[in-house]
Design a protein around this ligand. Structure first.
Ligand code: NAD
Ligand code: UDP
Length: 308
């Protein structure tokens, strides 16, 4: 039976991944400092005999015998990663360094949850894995963007120098059940606002674009990548691109078409456009997303309704 370590396992993506691995009859050890994760996300597996949960901060070393390390620990929402930016950089650097050291010592395969943010405010559109990005090193998003860039560097050097078997997954905006109500990212913000009959907050004019992937598609891509033998960065996301205002309109149509928009300042360095090229994922992993935005939103809204 494979033994998996999932860092950040009680967060949004980590909880879905842990459940999927348990369903595949594998062993899962989840470590988390519960900064943005919650035990509630794990309630369906927490008592399963193949599951263990350890309170641990990845900025501290850990000794444990595992076959695979899925390194997800890091706050992902701008609101949360900017709350303590120095800790975010520390988590990205020290956390990845500690987990790669563990992978090296026990010979585990290592997957990094990287991000489309490494492309910054991109001049190339859509973004392919060959694009090196346009990132501000000193702005309010830098703790996260540069943190993930250095994490990719560390993975690549542990691979070249120590032969650690790495996977680098560049995740594009993903949404679904188990997002925190106060997560602060756009999909959960808009759903919560609409369910409370509040105005929908558009930052800027809402003309900036994102490409939204439903969590089930994303986790399928993550597992396929871990199972593959591909050691370079790969984009996983849904290539259908929407402006933020279009997203707001779809959520309004589903929940309450009479809701108004309210406009707020666009945060510094907010990327103007984002859309993954997924040619590589199709070719290497035979993966592409199946769930359209509207369908994924319906499932997500249902979950928010039941859990609010
Ligand atoms: P999340 O905030 O819901 O989950 C992150 C988890 O990591 C939480 O459980 C949190 O408590 C834990 N954590 C944070 N710092 C830690 C530390 N120092 N030690 C131990 N645990 C710590 O975010 P998510 O959306 O599930 O993202 C998971 C990973 O995927 C992150 O690395 C993120 O950068 C990456 N990612 C996510 C998206 C997305 O759209 N969801 C996009 C790109 C990249
Ligand atoms: N956004 C918005 N209103 C909100 C939250 C976010 O208009 O209430 C915008 C934000 O400015 C960004 C986009 O939605 O352009 C996606 O934001 P999110 O924080 O979800 O992710 P990221 O910017 O990291 O892609």
């Amino acid at each position: 039976m494979k033994r998996n370590l999932v860092t950040g396992g009680s967060g949004f993506l980590g909880s879905h991944l842990s459940k999927k691995l348990i369903d595949k009859d594998e062993e899962v050890i989840c470590i988390d400092n519960f900064f943005t994760g919650t035990k509630k996300n794990l309630e369906s597996i927490i008592h399963h005999p193949n599951f263990e949960l350890i309170r641990h901060d990845v900025t501290e070393p850990l000794r444990i015998e595992v076959d695979r390390i899925w390194h997800l620990a890091c706050p992902a929402s701008p609101v949360h990663y900017q709350f303590n930016p120095i800790k975010t950089t520390k988590t990205s650097f020290m956390g990845t360094y500690n987990m790669l050291g563990l992978a090296k010592r026990v010979g585990a395969r290592f997957l990094l949850a990287s991000t489309s943010e490494i492309y910054g405010d991109p001049e190339e559109h859509p973004q392919t894995e060959l694009y090196n990005g346009s990132v501000n090193p000193i702005g309010i998003r830098s703790c996260y963007d540069e943190g993930k860039r250095i994490a990719e560097t560390l993975c690549s050097d542990y691979n070249r120098v120590h032969g650690v078997d790495i996977r680098i997954m560049r995740i594009f905006n993903t949404y679904g059940p188990n997002m925190r109500f106060d997560d602060g990212r756009v999909v959960s913000n808009f759903i919560i606002q609409a369910l409370k009959n509040e105005k929908i907050t558009l930052y800027g004019m809402g003309e900036q674009t994102r490409s939204f992937c439903y969590v089930d598609d994303l986790i399928e891509g993550m597992i396929l990548l871990m199972e593959s033998n591909y050691q370079k960065p790969i984009n996983i996301g849904n290539p259908n691109e929407f402006s933020i205002k279009q997203l707001g309109n779809i959520i309004r149509e589903i929940i309450n078409p009479n809701l108004e928009f309210t406009y707020k300042d666009l945060p510094q360095d907010d990327p103007k456009q984002r859309k993954p090229s997924i040619s590589l994922a199709k070719e290497i992993l035979n993966w592409e997303p199946k769930i359209e935005l509207r369908e994924g939103l319906l499932k997500t809204i249902e979950w928010f309704k039941i859990n609010s």
